[in-house]
Design a protein around this ligand. Structure first.
Ligand SMILES: Cc1cc2nc3c(=O)[nH]c(=O)nc-3n(C[C@H](O)[C@H](O)[C@H](O)COP(=O)(O)O)c2cc1C
Length: 414
């Protein structure tokens, strides 16, 4: 029986342990987590979601405060079209975040940044170009394009000096999405260096509709693998979503996957950015506590714990401070939902909004507890302490468990 360590992920000249830890915004996949994964020889991700906020926390910058100050007269206005990101500041925040990771990197692994297209930031193209360019300038090893079809994304950076040297990958959930993407990038004379195939059991936003349960990762993986072979295209494939044990991973590697992308098992490690009390919620969860809903204003279904404080919260939209989901015309679905509830309950001190959430604020405050479907199994990966809490793990333990375990076993911590 094979184990993950019998395989290697070849990305250009890099030979890696075939474990990629997926990006988890906002700062759930921290620099500390990515550094550990790189040290151990795999691929770690940071995320550039809400990077000015992350920079304020880590480096004492005042980007959010300054933006709020600039736009404070607009707070009561439901038209947010004037609330723009300063591209220079966005580049500065990205550079701080990425350099912090790259300067500290040790070992043979790589650090990539997860870049979501759905963070449209009231100027989708310009802000995406700046985010990617600044990350490349700061030395990032690779960029994983996610949460969107990214049909124009390669073109945005094709004149960057690192366009052909940085590793570029895309997350897709269907062969059709991949075909559309490949057709579009053909013009830039550059293929993606890897393709993450994300199935319906993943955490975060899903590339499926509410009928997600009718799909399965293994089927989509085989479909994409066979199609690429027919086209004589050799691009490393990295399945993701619900790969919970080293044996799950080794199964995919035996069928031709180049690596696997995993995330949920790392949410309960010391290095993960979630607060400790939230990590305990993840440990405690049973299958019935996990839901896929449509409260994200991005329009994509999202998986989360039912007990997330974000669900039903009715806070005032915070676009002057954040505004990451404002589309090209300055709209966000949460603003509409919030205004509808305010109009329906003009005298209420506190309103509830159930159909959408202010995702920027909730993710920033770690109050939207997004998670993979297999979160309910996390309790089986650790021990309980005397006070009833679950023992947190180290990223190294989880990484090595994926790398070396067989027979679907999970090694418990000492
Ligand atoms: C807490 C959490 C947050 C996530 N956030 C993002 C994100 O910001 N961008 C993204 O592309 N994927 C995100 N994902 C998806 C993961 O990167 C990964 O592809 C997927 O969860 C792997 O499946 P697994 O969690 O079952 O191992 C997130 C997953 C989790 C668990």
């Amino acid at each position: 029986m094979k184990r993950v360590d019998d395989f290697r992920l070849q990305l250009g000249s890099h030979e890696l342990v075939p474990i990629m830890v997926g990006g988890m915004g906002v700062d759930i996949s921290t620099v500390a987590l990515a550094l550990e994964v790189a040290r151990l020889g795999g691929v770690g991700h940071i995320s550039d979601a809400m990077v000015p906020t992350v920079s304020d926390r880590r480096f004492n910058t005042k980007f959010v405060k300054d933006k709020l100050q600039q736009y404070k007269l607009n707070v009561a206005n439901s038209d947010k079209s004037s609330v723009k990101f300063d591209l220079g500041i966005l580049a500065e925040a990205t550079a701080l975040h990425v350099r912090h990771a790259m300067d500290a990197k040790q070992g043979t692994g790589l650090i990539f940044v997860n870049c979501m297209e759905k963070l449209t930031m009231n100027a989708p193209k310009e802000t995406l170009r700046v985010r990617m360019s600044a990350a490349m300038d700061a030395g990032i090893d690779g960029i994983t394009l996610s949460a969107g079809l990214h049909l124009g994304t390669f073109a945005l950076i094709e004149n960057h000096p690192r366009f052909h040297d940085v590793k570029l990958g895309i997350i897709v959930s269907s062969l059709r999405a991949l075909q559309l993407f490949l057709r579009k990038v053909a013009r830039t004379n550059r293929l993606p260096d890897y393709i993450v195939i994300e199935g319906p059991l993943a955490g975060g936003h899903l590339g499926f509709g509410m009928d997600w349960a009718q799909y399965d990762l293994a089927t989509i993986f085989v479909e994409i693998r066979d199609w690429l072979a027919e086209q004589h295209l050799t691009i490393p494939l990295i399945p993701a979503g619900g790969i919970f044990t080293g044996s799950d991973a080794a199964d995919f590697l035996s069928q031709g996957a180049a690596g696997v992308q995993v995330a949920t098992r790392f949410t309960v490690t010391h290095e993960c950015g979630l607060p400790d009390h939230v990590k305990q919620e993840y440990f405690k969860a049973s299958e019935e506590d996990i839901v896929v809903n449509t409260i994200s204003p991005t329009g994509y279904p999202m998986r989360m714990l039912k007990s997330s404080p974000a669900i039903g919260d009715g806070i005032r939209p915070n676009c002057e401070a954040y505004g990451y989901l404002l589309d090209a015309s300055g709209n966000c679905q949460y603003i509409d939902a919030y205004n509808r509830e305010i109009a329906a309950h003009p005298d209420a001190k506190k309103i509830r909004v159930w159909d959408k959430t202010c995702l920027c604020t909730q993710m920033r405050n770690f109050d939207c507890w997004t998670c993979g479907q297999k979160t309910y199994r996390l309790k089986d990966t650790t021990r309980r302490t005397a006070n009833g809490d679950y023992q947190l793990l180290t990223a190294e333990q989880v990484f090595h468990d994926y790398q070396f375990s067989i027979n679907n076993e999970i090694a418990l911590p000492d």
